[in-house]
Design a protein around this ligand. Structure first.
Ligand SMILES: Nc1nc2c(ncn2[C@@H]2O[C@H](COP(=O)(O)OP(=O)(O)OP(=O)(O)O)[C@@H](O)[C@H]2O)c(=O)[nH]1
Ligand SMILES: [Mg+2]
Length: 318
């Protein structure tokens, strides 16, 4: 068995100590590592697992400084207290990989370093085209086979929630009270409606209450009645965290996980294919929509690299 396949088998067995090696592998460049990573993903594909991976994959996104990392510290503590294992992949938009090491580090999430059931890593963002790096998506897909909760944390507003929806079952957008950007983007239809909205820094009082009220009013006017708006405070005494956990769980329970994951894998495959072959590659497939239609006929148990291969053969055959 190859190293990648072995790592995949460990994840399938629930071995959380495989996580660091998984991240190192998916972040290593070059054809050999890529083949190993594909072998890893094959071992944790729905076909190999006999169903979708177990984790609840949660996307957490919002403007810089909104309080995402501080909140994740509280969420991780609460999930752990409930017996759930947690992996967090914090996407660092500024970091450039050099020799396999990350220079920047956005993962300033407070956690217990002796707890073997928590894994937190910064990962590099994709290039200027935006979107999640293929490595981050691959890591999220892989870790979802072993952890109970996998979080992908990204920075931004207006685009990042669409990108994170490519991997997450549930997308939570974090709103800083007193800054109107999320509200304006929602009203203007610039941003996709998230699954859960979180107003941070509730300890600031009125300004946070107003933010929650305004967001609720905007959602109502858009006819969105299923989106929970939760106000939290992540500094002691923390508040609203249990309510947020419940809102995330409630969304997951309503969700058709199989359909969402299937769509996510297909979108990921197309993004990976486009990243590698550019517009010319997409044209060879007859365009983006034709490519997605072709993926509709692919094996629903296939992992992302297998779907990319299918697109490649199709492009060559045309
Ligand atoms: N008053 C108050 N301050 C908070 C709360 N949560 C976070 N902060 C503060 O807000 C600032 C930003 O918090 P972070 O958690 O680093 O925010 P972030 O969204 O992860 O920021 P980036 O990773 O840079 O995008 C820090 O100074 C925190 O101490 C809160 O609940 N109440
Ligand atoms: Mg942060």
């Amino acid at each position: 068995m190859s190293g990648g396949a072995q790592l995949g088998a460990r994840l399938r067995d629930g071995d959380l100590t495989a996580a660091p090696a998984v991240l190192n592998l998916v972040e290593t460049g070059g054809p050999a590592a890529r083949e190993e990573a594909a072998a890893l993903l094959r071992e944790v594909s729905p076909g190999a697992l006999g169903g979708e991976a177990r984790a609840h994959v949660v996307g957490v996104t919002g403007p810089p400084g909104a309080g995402k990392s501080t909140l994740l510290g509280e969420l991780v503590r609460t999930w752990r207290a409930g017996g759930r294992s947690v992996a967090v992949l914090a996407v660092d938009p500024s970091s450039k990989r050099s020799g396999g090491a990350l220079l920047g580090d956005r993962a300033r999430i407070p956690f217990d370093p002796d707890d073997g059931r928590v894994f937190i890593r910064s990962t590099a963002a994709a290039g200027r085209l935006g979107g999640l790096a293929p490595a981050t998506r691959a890591a999220a897909h892989a870790l979802a086979a072993a952890f109970d909760v996998v979080v992908v944390e990204t920075v931004g507003v207006g685009q990042s929630e669409t990108e994170v929806a490519e991997v997450a079952d549930t997308v939570a957008v974090i709103v800083q009270p007193g800054s109107g950007d999320v509200l304006q983007f929602l009203k203007a239809g610039i941003m996709e409606i998230p699954d859960v909205l979180v107003v941070t820094k509730a300890d600031l009082g009125d300004v946070a209450l107003r933010a929650r009220r305004d967001l609720n009013a905007a959602l109502r006017s858009l006819g969105e009645n299923d989106v929970a708006v939760v106000a939290v405070s992540s500094i002691a005494p923390a508040s609203g965290i249990d309510e947020l956990v419940a809102a995330l769980d409630a969304h997951r329970e309503r969700l058709d996980v199989t359909a969402r994951r299937l769509a996510a894998r297909r979108a990921s495959a197309l993004a990976d294919f486009a990243a590698e072959h550019g517009e010319r590659g997409l044209r060879a497939l007859g365009g983006r929509r034709a490519a997605l239609r072709a993926l509709d006929d692919a094996d629903p148990g296939a992992d992302v690299p297998a779907l990319v291969d299918a697109l490649q053969s199709r492009a060559e055959a045309r």
